[in-house]
Design a protein around this ligand. Sequence first.
Ligand SMILES: [Zn+2]
Length: 316
Amino acid sequence: MTSPILPDYVPVPRASLGPAVNDQGYYVGRVERNLYWVTDGTYQSAFLTTRDGVVLFDAPPTIGGNLRRAVDEIAAANGVTSTVTHLVYSHHHADHGAASSLFDGDVTRIGHEETRRLLARDDDPARPLPEVTFADRYTLEVGGERVELAWHGPNHSPDNIYIHFPGHDTLMFIDVVNAGWVPIYNTNLSEDVPGYMAAPAIALSYPWTHFISGHLGRLATREDVAVHQQYIADIEASAQEALASVNPVPYFMKYGENAWAGVKGYLDEVTERTAAPVIAKYTGVLAAADVYTPSTAFQVMQSIRLDLGYGSWVHP
Ligand SMILES: [Zn+2]
């Protein structure tokens, strides 16, 4: 057996890491008052303990059974019921919702109407359909607490919602900003790139101090969201520069009738030129800038070409 040759990357900044997880592999902490967050170091979930029951926000399968343990631990410490009565889906993706079926019985599931449609399509018994759906806004009131759910258009997914806790100075918004880290592949695997790029400004338009981003091991601040915004803006500016400066002709000359080889050679060069100054700027600032910036640079550059029409000159 031969070992694969694996690249080395720069170390993760300490500030990007969160608290240590316990022996069972989770950390649960108070966000504010009776709002708590849970992490396994990579995924995040949240819950509200109220006098009438617990409201759970997302159920990532990697945290899985530890959600129950975290809720039981906090409810016991506070002397309140540990019964989960409501579960809110941030969006339909399995990696944030596939532990939903662990909370059976009288749980009321709530989500965007598109979440319900997509979950019906995907037909996954681990993610039961939400019974309560909404189009633009929904106010959830449980045990004297209020949570404002809102949909402001597609971004990471078509159904991704903003979950605002006005009484807890907190916004939960999943899979757009990763606290202290760059997005993973292709703008965090986003379906609507212009929507993804506009979303942080919408998040910042809400009043909040604490931000639950869904990833990775710590909560985020307004500064984290602003740094992410600047990172994406820098990629956009760099992509425009690269598209304007790389000459496609040599690639198409070299590969002749193999048009796709010409396209690949040209766009790979544009991607590399887009990413290089951004990696240099964010190394030591955002974790994994050297790991994933080329992928996101490619996606943003494609959006500039295809969504904004940049460089799509009409043949004379
Ligand atoms: Zn997702």
